[in-house]
Design a protein around this ligand. Structure first.
Ligand code: C2E
Ligand code: MG
Ligand code: MG
Length: 692
């Protein structure tokens, strides 16, 4: 009969219980305990929940300096347990519940104040009541250097998550913090990333160097977090196989704060759209995608028509509401890959990546216009909102955002100066025109000082008698190199730049001097001069006009100031006050190009108007009955205003005007605008003829 007691592996750690023959009654519980007590390994069972030792063998009593198992059982191990140890134990408990694993740690115990270093192997053991407890096997550990011991302790306590992976991504080791954060500790490296591309980017980068780093979105036991990961190529100390060591810290709060700050810096607070700040970067990305996919991208600049009128007439809250409404509509019309930004004021940008087989940029532009074709509700009231759109296509119209924006701006300018509510694509001719504008702008700055302007006079005559009964002063610019530049080409630029104020002061001085001269000559014909809207906002203008009679000796009641209808529409602040002051100073106020503006007849009553000049486009209407001219004539008569018909070119037009009670006309039929001396000569001839 074999001696069964010999089979008992006394010093080999946990005995092979299956091999014990309880049935024959030769080994009982006491013998088993005595076997445990003979082991050179300390064995004890720890209750995670109660934080007490449930059972220990003699070696374990030795390690813990306990007099008996009962004494050890009575110790409250949780009493001076640090938070990190507590956390670590809970983590082990969870790990054991999920997996059949064991861990090895180096522990330092201090029985009687003397450090006792143990190598402890821990595994889970299910108690009879079903709870998971900790089975510990400890052996004295002699070889460890203090440095190694400390680093092992540090690894255990640090909040930095440290993990080691084999080259194929299998986890080889996780420190406590890493295990605590990792929802699947056994899963491969890539699995923790919300976007696996981040893992691949990290590893690709590692192939090119020894380390690699990234802030990435990862899945953890507490949900999705932002981790800053650093990985380093190394070798596994156990197998000597290539591996990589990963250290991670949770930077979620910092990342969110940064993202918020970046959001605030890059977005417009009113509309929530992107602002100018990071536009370049974002548009560059779209252009890059267009290159990669061999596609086109279109950049639209969008400007609201007459936004200022909404703002001024309905107030800023309504203006803000309109901008928000437009932002929302633009957002609805565009896709997730498009960029919609507010550039400031009422200007918006859309950068749209064309899809192959898409319906083309003009179609999209028209779609935008169509979205605003019906009245929009602003503060509960329906209102027409017009848009002007200028656009450029990449790569045809520009090679980068700067050029595309400049060109789209030119197209937008064109859209706005046309009939508005249009979608216009950039054309090279616009750039040439802009270059020309730039050149004119530069030269205009010196034109007043260099005395390059001259005033011509175009007679205004009586439709019945053909007598000269007045004249309009019209400016001419004799450019030293380019020759004669007509006012239509430089007045709008002068208005844009504000140079019109200087030019206007010069004109008024000249006209006043001419009027005084006519007075001296005994000529009583009145003169008229054009006044740009912008001049009316210039306080120097009124002061200057007031002082002119005294300075020049002119009679202000013989000078008419021609203003356009737009002045009366509310674009110019204090227009009514300014016009009243000018009227008070004795000047006459005349509306030029009547009928071309918004023709809101109601405003005419409110302003001190002495005369109306019917725009020359209505002269064509005369051949077909002249209904509009008749209407304007009766309106003027009701207002008690004088009427001059402009642009009269034919004898029939003059005859018709005469027949219909319009006594004054101006046009090529009688005379083109002529230099001052020619005009004076005309007057002189007329006086002589009358004397005969
Ligand atoms: P406006 O004040 O309506 O002047 C009338 C324009 O019609 C003048 O053009 C005149 O030459 C032109 N015209 C006159 N009769 C006829 C005709 O029978 N047929 C045709 N086709 N045209 C005719 P001009 O001199 O080129 O001036 C253009 C515009 O430039 C003026 O339109 C006015 O708005 C502006 N302008 C001219 N001088 C001044 C100025 O001193 N100050 C300002 N602010 N604007 C000025
Ligand atoms: Mg005029
Ligand atoms: Mg006119």
């Amino acid at each position: 009969m074999p001696d069964r007691s010999e089979k008992i592996p006394i010093a080999a750690g946990i005995p092979d219980i299956q091999s014990l023959d309880f049935a024959e009654g030769r080994i009982d519980q006491d013998l088993l305990f005595s076997i445990f007590d003979r082991l050179d390994t300390g064995v004890w069972i720890f209750d995670f929940d109660e934080k007490r030792i449930l059972w220990a063998n003699r070696k374990a009593l030795e390690f813990t300096d306990a007099a008996s198992v009962e004494e050890l059982q009575s110790r409250d191990m949780g009493a001076d347990m640090s938070h990190s140890v507590d956390q670590r134990l809970r983590q082990y408990q969870q790990d054991f519940c999920k997996h059949d694993v064991s861990f090895s740690e180096i522990w330092t115990l201090y029985p009687k104040g003397k450090a006792q270093v143990l190598q402890v192997v821990m595994s889970g053991i299910r108690l009879k009541d079903g709870r998971m407890a900790l089975l510990c096997e400890g052996r004295p550990h002699h070889e460890q250097q203090p440095e190694t011991l400390r680093s092992a302790e540090a690894l255990m306590h640090t909040s930095v998550m440290i993990s080691l992976f084999s080259q194929d991504g299998k986890p080889l080791y996780r420190n406590t913090a890493s295990r605590a954060a990792c929802s699947a500790p056994e899963a491969p490296f890539e699995d923790q990333f919300v976007d696996r591309k981040d893992a691949r980017r990290l590893l690709d980068h590692l192939k090119r160097g020894r380390t690699s780093g990234l802030v990435a979105h990862v899945s953890t036991t507490v949900g999705r977090r932002w981790h800053e990961l650093t990985i380093r190529a190394c070798h596994d100390a156990v197998t000597s196989q290539p591996a990589y060591l990963v250290s991670e810290i949770d930077v979620t709060e910092l990342h969110q704060t940064k993202e918020r700050a970046q959001y605030l810096a890059s977005h417009d607070t009113l509309t929530g759209l992107s602002n100018r700040t990071y536009l370049k970067e974002r548009v560059d990305q779209v252009l890059q995608t267009a290159d990669d996919q061999n596609n086109r991208a279109t950049l639209y600049l969008i400007d609201l028509d007459d936004f200022k009128i909404v703002n001024d007439s309905l107030g800023h809250a309504a203006g803000d509401g309109l901008l928000q409404l437009v932002a929302k509509k633009l957002g609805d019309l565009t896709g997730p890959d498009d960029i919609v930004a507010r550039l400031g004021g009422d200007e918006f940008l859309i950068c749209h990546l064309e899809q192959p087989g898409g319906r083309g940029p003009d179609w999209f532009g028209q779609e935008l216009l169509a979205a605003f074709a019906t009245p929009q509700l602003i503060e509960g009231k329906p209102r027409q909102v017009g848009l002007s759109i200028g656009y450029t296509q990449y790569p045809e119209d520009g090679d980068g955002i700067d050029q595309l924006m400049r060109h789209a701006d030119l197209a937008l300018y064109q859209a706005k100066t046309g009939t508005k509510n249009q979608c216009v694509r950039f054309q090279e001719s616009m750039r040439l025109l802009r270059d020309e504008h730039h050149a004119i702008k530069k030269d205009l700055e010196n034109a007043v000082v260099d005395n390059e302007f001259v005033l011509y006079y175009q007679p205004i005559a009586c439709t019945e008698t053909g007598q000269v009964i007045g004249a309009e002063a019209l400016i001419r610019w004799f450019h030293p190199e380019k020759g004669l530049i007509p006012p239509d080409e430089f007045i709008p630029i002068a208005e844009d730049t504000g140079l019109i104020n200087d030019i206007g002061l010069w004109v008024s001085g000249k006209v006043a001097a001419m009027q005084a001269h006519l007075k001296d000559l005994g000529q009583s014909v009145p003169l008229s001069m054009n006044v740009s809207p912008r001049q009316l906002s210039d306080p120097n203008f009124v002061t200057r006009m007031r002082s002119l009679p005294e300075l020049s000796g002119c009679a202000p009641d013989k000078i008419s100031l021609e203003i356009t209808e737009s002045v009366l529409l509310g674009d110019i602040p204090h227009a009514l006050g300014t016009l009243s002051s000018l009227k008070q100073a004795g000047y006459r106020i005349v509306i030029d190009d009547f009928g071309t503006g918004y023709s809101n007849l109601a405003y005419l009553h409110n302003y001190p108007i002495d005369g109306i000049k019917i725009d020359r486009m209505f002269m064509d209407d005369i051949a077909s009955g002249g209904a509009i001219v008749k209407l304007i004539l009766s309106l003027a008569s009701a207002l008690g205003a004088d009427v001059v018909a402009e642009g009269v070119e034919t004898v029939d037009q003059r005859a018709w005007l005469s027949d219909n009670g319009c006594h004054r006309f101006q046009g090529y039929l009688y005379s083109r605008p002529v230099p001052e001396d020619r005009f004076l000569a005309m007057l002189e001839d007329q006086t002589k003829a009358a004397a005969r």
